[in-house]
Design a protein around this ligand. Structure first.
Ligand SMILES: C[S@@+](CC[C@H](N)C(=O)[O-])C[C@H]1O[C@@H](n2cnc3c(N)ncnc32)[C@H](O)[C@@H]1O
Length: 265
């Protein structure tokens, strides 16, 4: 996005967000937060494996993932859904083993039912990242990488600290979190604000189906990982212009992409 276009996008975003002042009653906010796992499980009952596209861009965006001759790595994908990250990564990177967890049992069962699920290279299990210890399924300090692809946005911000600490414990010293999620002022946030009855808290919204979506500024993201002991190696906005063919519209997407390292010492 060029500077002029970005400036006008940010201005429009700030106006829309500033005008979105209607409050969702506390009862409903608590209910969405309490029933997050149930709402995602129902999402997978409705959509099965048909909603998200396979993510074939991860080797390009995260060079740590890309296979190098003779190298083996162990990764955990948190909030794996039905495996749209996991299976392309396993196919493209022969030296990779992936643990995959999600708090939707239905999603985890779909991962296990995938024709490419091979227990010698993958272990899928149910886990709520915000309350269940990952060390119940993964040895402490054993992972090279953790991928967090559009999962933290589904978590209420007061639970980020527990989730980040949980990840910290299973990473090796020197291991890294590969993060990609919705960025502040992404078009999806503007759509929520325009609807004006979806905002639960600052930058946190609820979809029609009860699942939540948070939007990250780089400062917010960095401070949350650094507060739990991580070092920031990369932290940037990714701008993508996508076309909605049905509505014949060009849409400005903004993602936050980062790499956080568990210090060596
Ligand atoms: C947008 S999907 C992304 C799926 C996958 N990472 C991908 O790239 O296709 C978000 C996933 O996070 C899961 N999730 C949300 N909160 C979670 C939590 N507290 N613990 C574990 N999984 C969670 C949801 O069930 C859902 O499958």
């Amino acid at each position: 996005m060029d500077d002029e276009r970005l400036e006008s996008h940010v201005k429009r975003a700030q106006e829309l967000i500033g005008n979105d002042t209607k409050e969702v009653p506390a009862f409903w906010i608590n209910k969405y937060k309490k029933e997050a796992a149930k709402n995602w499980d129902m999402f997978y009952r409705r959509n099965t494996t048909k909603f998200f596209k396979d993510r074939h861009w991860t080797n390009r965006e995260f060079e740590d993932l890309a296979y190098q001759e003779g190298q083996s790595k162990v990764c955990l994908e948190v909030g794996c859904g039905v495996g749209n990250f996991v299976f392309p990564a396993l196919i493209e990177n022969p030296g990779l083993f992936i643990y995959a967890c999600d708090f939707s049992k239905r999603a985890v069962d779909m991962v296990k039912d995938n024709e490419h699920y091979d227990e010698s290279r993958c272990k899928a299990f149910v886990c709520d990242l915000t309350q269940d210890s990952l060390t119940d399924n993964i040895p402490a300090e054993s992972l090279d990488l953790v991928s967090a692809i559009f999962v933290f946005s589904a978590i209420p911000p007061e639970k980020f600290a527990f989730a980040i600490q949980n990840i910290f414990k299973v990473l090796k010293p020197g291991g890294a979190v590969l993060f990609r999620d919705y960025g502040l002022y992404d078009e999806a946030q503007l759509k929520f604000s325009a609807a004006s009855d979806k905002k639960l808290e600052s930058n946190l919204y609820v979809r029609q189906d009860g699942t939540m979506s948070y939007f990250f500024s780089l400062e917010d993201l960095q401070s949350r990982f650094e507060a739990e002991g991580f070092k920031t190696l990369k932290n940037e906005y990714i701008y993508r212009e996508t076309t909605n063919r049905r509505l014949e519209l060009n849409v400005d997407r903004i993602f936050a992409q980062a790499k956080f390292q568990k210090p060596l010492a």
